[in-house]
Ligand binder design. Structure first.
Ligand code: ATP
Ligand code: MG
Length: 429
């Protein structure tokens, strides 16, 4: 007995019933990004492991626990991308897109891979749509990233379901000073920390700030906060961002514990969070990473970006019943043909209709069948009209046109007049 083949755990098929919602989300965002002058970039899903180890950083959950890494046939260590930023930075450097201070406003979409415990809103293959902007150091572009996501939430009807959390991580020097202060504080309370946080105290202490452990969180209540350590430039940058958000009427909550999971962030970090999806509540997250490009050996180049989780946004749209009804588009007409000669005529006529009326949705019966069975299929297709071709119609060079969704008699329409007739009946512009 052969075992039934199954998909890999945490890697989902997106079935035809769901793809219209995905497309709706992707198209809405793609149109919006065009309006802000962003260009698409497409990147490989596989990169050398070293790219992520260096870019994301050892000591992060992603690099330490979540990567799909393997040796290829040439014994090179490759990794399925867990996120898009490192690959995008690699690409712009490799192709010299940021040389001479050139500004790049880029977006990408596609699958990402992380070996995590699958649950609602958390998968091993998931999809992100992300943005990366290079060579713009100011808070103005940070604000643009946030305002365009706010516009997306409005377009999707999600504005009331998400809140913006904001923080500044300061300069790397400020972070280092703060890290020492935090470590000193927590070292004295080492025994009260959860096991993960004890480990992070040496590997990546700032990550302790977003520990989910309640006792650890209680300890952190009196810990030094990053804001007391911010350098002047970062402070001015943060004020500039807040002023812009205030002008635009975008609400935010300052969350001094927001540190983000990846190492490369500095200054601005933000997350859009919902309380409608349980603990998988972050739908979009990003920030500034001015140090990343030089870490890869490039000239110091400011960078800022974000990524949103498509599965979580689709879940949110479904949970809140915000998927537009109009997304499922039934056929306009369904051709029923009886006999071989009629089938050939129906085939020709359907192609002529597609020529004359671009965009018309025409289904042609396949697999012959009785009058009753073809009519049943026409009805089930949701088409507004059944077009009928039998021996009589063939002889008279006409088709029977029967309304399926409204009252009305079947009409006999000459082949020559069919496109014009349907253009009017279907109100096609
Ligand atoms: P989380 O704290 O939920 O693990 P993260 O900080 O690891 O998120 P990022 O690396 O910032 O996530 O990725 C950006 C976005 O991608 C997240 O906000 C989320 O919407 C989505 N995302 C991340 N990991 C997954 C996953 N395993 N499955 C589905 N979506 C994910
Ligand atoms: Mg994660």
């Amino acid at each position: 007995m052969s075992k039934t083949l199954q998909a890999i755990r945490g890697m989902n098929d997106i079935l035809p019933e769901q793809t219209p919602t995905w497309r709706y989300l992707e198209n809405t965002l793609a149109n919006l990004l065009k309006g802000y002058g962003y260009q698409e970039i497409r990147l490989p899903v596989l990169e050398f492991t070293e790219l992520f180890a260096r870019g994301i950083g050892e000591g992060t959950d992603v690099v330490d626990k979540e990567m799909y890494t393997f040796l290829d046939r040439n014994n090179e260590s490759l990794t399925l991308r867990p996120e898009g930023t490192a690959g995008c930075v690699r690409a712009v450097l490799e192709h010299g897109l940021t040389g001479g201070g050139q500004v790049q406003k880029l977006w990408y979409a596609g699958p990402m891979y992380r070996y995590e415990k699958p649950q609602k809103g958390r998968y091993r293959q998931f999809h992100q749509i992300g943005i990366e902007v290079f060579n713009l150091p100011g808070p103005d572009i940070d604000a643009e990233l946030i305002v365009l996501t706010a516009r997306l939430w409005r377009a999707l009807g999600l504005a009331d379901a998400v809140t913006l959390q904001l923080n500044s991580l300061g300069s790397s020097e400020a972070r280092a000073t703060y890290r020492d202060a935090l470590v000193a504080y927590l070292q004295q309370r080492f025994d009260q920390l959860d096991e993960d946080s004890q480990r992070r105290l040496t590997t990546n202490p700032l990550r302790i700030l977003d520990s989910k452990n309640a006792q650890t969180q209680a300890l952190l209540a009196d810990a030094p906060t990053l804001h007391d350590y911010l350098d002047d430039e970062s402070r001015v940058h943060f004020e500039g961002l807040k002023a812009r958000l205030d002008t635009l009427g975008i609400d935010y909550v300052i969350n001094p514990k927001l540190v983000r999971g990846l190492d490369y962030y500095g200054r601005t970090v933000f997350e859009w969070v919902t309380d409608k999806l349980g603990s998988q509540g972050t739908v979009c997250a990003g920030g500034r990473y001015d140090g990343l490009i030089s870490q890869f050996g490039g000239k110091p180049t400011p960078g800022v970006g974000f990524a949103m989780g498509v599965e979580r946004l689709v879940l949110l749209l479904e949970t809140l019943d915000l998927v537009p009804q109009s997304l499922s588009e039934p056929a306009d007409v369904f051709f029923c043909a009886f006999g071989e000669a009629a089938e050939l005529a129906a085939l020709r006529l359907s192609e002529q209709l597609r020529d004359a009326l671009p965009g018309i949705r025409v289904l042609v019966n396949a697999g012959a069948g009785s009058f009753k069975s073809q009519f049943k299929k026409a009805d089930k297709s949701g088409a507004r009209f059944a077009l009928i071709l039998g021996d009589d119609e063939l002889a008279g060079r006409v088709v029977g046109c029967k309304p399926l969704r409204a009252d009305g008699e079947q009409q006999s329409i000459a082949w020559d007049a069919l496109a014009a007739h349907l253009a009017t009946s279907l109100e096609l512009a």
